[in-house]
Design a protein around this ligand. Sequence first.
Ligand code: C2O
Ligand code: CU
Length: 689
Amino acid sequence: MFTILTSIIYACVFFLLILSWIAGSKASKLLYGGSTERLHRKTRKQIVWAVYLTLPAIGLVAATLAMAATMAPVFWEDRVLLHLPLALVPVLSVWVLAVPRLTKLWKATRNVSAAPLPVEIRKQAAQPLVILPYRMSTIGAATIFYFLLVTPVPFRLGPVLVPILLAAAAVAALGYAQERKYGRVGDANAPAPTLPRGRWLRAAGISCVVIGVAALIFIVGSRSSRLPAAMSMADGPMDFGGGTVLVHDPRTDLSLAMLTGPRDREPDRKITLTAEKKTIELSPGEPFEAWTFNGQLPGPELRMKQGELVEVTLINRDIEEGATIHWHGLDVPNAEDGVAGATQEAVMPGERHVYRFVAEQTGTFWYHSHQHSQEAVKKGLFGSLVVEPEAAEGIGAEEEDLTIMTHVWKGVGMAIGDRSGIQRKKVVPGTPVRLRLINTEDWVRQDYTLTGTPFRVAAIDGTDLNGPQELENVRIELTTGGRMDLTFLMPDAPVFLSVGRSGKLGVLLSRDGTGSVPDLPETTAFNPIDYGTPAAAAAIQADSDFDREFEMILDNKLAFYNGEFGSLYTINGEVFPNTPMFMVQEGDLVKTTISNRGAVDHPMHLHGHHMLVLSRNGEPSTGSPWYSDTLDVQPGEIYEVAFVADNPGLWMDHCHNLVHASVGMSMHLMYEGITTPYQIGSDTGNHPE
Ligand code: C2O
Ligand code: CU
């Protein structure tokens, strides 16, 4: 609905701009009509143009009011306060000022056919109040267009004032020019007006000036948007979320480098991951240079038990761009989080880095490099990570536990692991099955359909759900970076998990490992908002007393980022490093309202914490507590989420469409009294995104 309304608004503003432009230039040429007879016809047409340009204005008003009637103010505040007056005032002035004068002119020219035009008629045709309203409509539409491309969010008066004043100045200048023209026309001794001779020359001159100014803005914008060669991520603009203002105190500040996992005892499990380049040919004739962990695509699956102290050594053999390992969804101590330039230096070829953490959560996670993460994940520097519950001895023996990672590879397209097509597996009927879905794509949202058995969604983003009910003909939609676990008891007949709807990619489980792909049923999308049963005592409630309440508005704007011009994805109207830094104190209960005013979905990923969904689009979450670390916020959606600030450090919070993150859709959460010794930027070699 939101997407449809915004498209209508775009189209209406576009048509208002074009139609009023044409109507305006026709109006200003009325006086060159030649004969009264022609002027009579043109005047009538000019009135019809008023009708034409009113239609898109009505469309704009209707779509905006429809938004205002059905959605939260964050989606329409600026539209109602800016778009409506900018469209309505000029169009109304066309009707109130121009049309009555045109009607008069039309009547005055009805029965005369004299040429040249009498001065009186000429004067009527050149009245500023006939022409200016049409011109104002164009300026109004152009200003709305500007506000659509550079949205004023969060809505503040200051930044919108400049374009409005510019628009007002343009109207004043046009009015003045028209007034002078009117004065000349009124001179009875002057020769009959003709289209000014030098007008092409003048138009060319004006175009040159406009192009020159645009080029200047471009150069200055491009230069000033360049990211500094070295900067600390802790230097962002601070947002205290309405809570106490936090200040640095050098006497008590702590470097996040101290916030490591246990370093003083023997680890329970040691793992080595070597990042190395390898030419891999997943589809015959299409070799590509992959970035691998241990030469595998994806990297090896890491399995561990809850409570174990795990030590992972990352060795970078030959990836010149550097590498790190981030444990996506695991809330590890900050110094183990693996973000280049935030929690460590990027590991360059020949170097190594040792991570240590206790796996405290159980569930489905994944790991990936967080140095040039978009490129790294695309090329293969990632793998799955599963933490099994402590108690479940020999879980693998009686349970069929399958990890299904979906990813797009060069030459193959969407694949499970590194393979396309249908994978078949023998499963004895009666066996409990767990499918761990992980979408590691950095762009494509994926859906999954399970047929042949009812199933439960046992976990979302590595957190078990409470009392999940059985589902059938429900499809699972998974955002980039998200995970869900599906569980069921293997029936006698085959079960098929389809990735996408084509029936060409999936996993077929059957008694003997054979069987054919069934037709996919009609499905509805899985909806966690009322799934499962509430927990007995929830730690956070919608009406809890929050220490800080943050607002995160996702949107687009046309602007520069690091020297390049394009459509950017913004958080509160800004791109990194101008995005806010949410400041918290250990122990704070934090609420964040995330809304998406843009045209595409944004899976927002907060490191080091899990967000409890309180509500979506105003509808409270009534099922199992729904914790997420990668929350898919779709266009027009608004979520309220909450978390306890219980993991001190500097934590990235970014869109997991890594393409978006790499052009600035990134910010972070910062704890009071924490400093970072690391820096990002071209001089430092650290490029987290
Ligand atoms: Cu999976 Cu900050 O990333
Ligand atoms: Cu995004």
